[in-house]
Write a protein that binds this ligand. Structure first.
Ligand code: NDP
Ligand code: ZN
Length: 353
């Protein structure tokens, strides 16, 4: 089969590999929709997960099952499925502790295009099919379904980590596709004011549509000052970090109220340490919590988030700004993600069955 791969850091290309083998609990799928991710860009061009040779890229997909192992109960060839970007081992001790995304070691629930070949191929392998696939709901668009793979669950996880409660004032730093879904999640959780930080107009417009009350442009002045201005110097209850860099942490602590929580889902790609401002962290006694997490993944989460789509509570299909057709076009779609033109939020590649 052919797949689009990371050849080494900084290089991509088409390669040919044997079909993946299906274990007793596994499934083999072919993609019917694919999306490149900012994480694929980090993987190839920032060397985020270290060097990988001839590893097929991609972790966001909607698929059709072509083969299942003899212990798989709920899926059969021909089924159309939502595929979670994170595919934990559900019988692991980490899963029993509530951290399935770290099953097998820190971040090891992230298998596609990390520890094994990803989904940008004619066929891909899904471990623990009953635990990691979900049936594609009748009538769900491929655009929305593909966003349920990673963008929706990650944005929502930022809000879970920040533990947003009704009436909270919330800052969402970064309103690319992940942050935009965090805005939507904060609104569903009952946030009051939602301050969305970004600089691009189309993202700002969609953030407002998804529930942001204010847009804060980080290119037009210090975001801490802007947030403190809007909150009469008090700061906010909760912050989701879905963009920015290491300094964004420092900024988040400064604009957070005592007792507040920061949920980070942003990938931090540089430096050995993060700084926490001592005074603003209450000299260690400010009850300001910082939590960062890989999104949990798995079937139940996909099914629940799909329910939110089907009941029209969220509209992740609106993230799609560029549509390609055919597997061969994952290459230009990924390059678009790398170049990030200002009108891009998220591309998708649709593949005929
Ligand atoms: P994008 O690059 O599309 O969006 C990043 C956002 O951050 C944009 O709104 C951008 O603003 C904003 N931004 C950039 N620099 C700053 C800054 N200095 N201060 C404040 N805001 C800034 O990324 P995605 O939405 O695709 O992904 C977000 C992050 O989530 C990535 O790091 C990705 O790797 C990570 N991720 C994490 C996962 C997890 O499980 N934890 C899963 C998937 C992704 P603008 O462009 O408008 O100028
Ligand atoms: Zn992704």
């Amino acid at each position: 089969m052919k797949g689009f791969a990371m050849l080494t850091i900084g290089q991509t290309g088409w390669i040919t590999k044997d079909m993946p083998k299906c274990g007793p609990n596994d499934a083999i799928c072919k993609p019917i929709a694919l999306a490149p991710c900012t994480s694929d860009v980090h993987t190839v061009w920032a060397g985020a997960i270290g060097d990988r040779h001839n590893m097929i890229l991609g972790h966001e997909a909607v698929g059709e099952v072509v083969e299942v192992g003899n212990l798989v109960k709920d899926f059969k060839p021909g089924d159309k499925v939502l595929v979670s970007a994170i595919t934990p081992d559900w019988n692991s001790l980490e899963a029993q502790e509530g951290y399935a995304m770290h099953s097998g070691g820190m971040l090891s629930g992230w298998k596609f295009s990390n520890f094994k070949d990803g989904v940008f191929a004619e066929y891909f392998h899904v471990n623990d099919a009953d635990g990691n696939l979900a049936h594609l709901p009748e009538g769900m668009s491929l655009e929305a379904a593909c966003m349920v793979s990673d963008m929706v669950p990650t944005g929502f996880h930022g809000v879970e980590l920040a533990d947003v409660q009704f009436g909270d004032n919330v800052v969402v730093i970064g309103i690319g596709p992940v942050g935009l879904m965090a805005v939507a999640a904060a609104a569903i959780r009952g946030a009051a004011n939602i301050y969305a930080v970004g600089s691009r107009k189309n993202c700002a417009d969609l953030a407002r549509e998804f529930g942001a009350t204010d847009i804060i442009n980080y290119k037009e002045g210090d975001i801490v000052e802007q947030v403190l201005d809007k909150t009469h110097g008090k700061g906010v209850d909760r912050i989701v970090v879905a963009g920015g860099d290491n300094d964004t942490f420092d900024q988040a602590v400064r604009m957070l109220k005592p007792g507040g929580k920061i949920g980070n889902v942003n990938y931090l790609g540089e430096g050995d340490y993060l700084k926490v401002p001592r005074i603003e962290w209450g000299c260690g006694m400010g009850h300001k919590q910082i939590v960062g997490g890989l999104m949990p993944g798995g079937r139940l989460r996909s099914e629940k988030l799909a329910r939110l789509v089907m009941t029209h509570r969220i509209h992740p299909e609106k993230l799609i700004t560029h549509t390609f057709h055919g597997l061969e076009n994952v290459e230009p779609a990924l390059m678009l993600m790398k170049d990030k033109p200002r009108d891009l939020i998220k591309p998708i590649v649709l593949i005929q069955g």
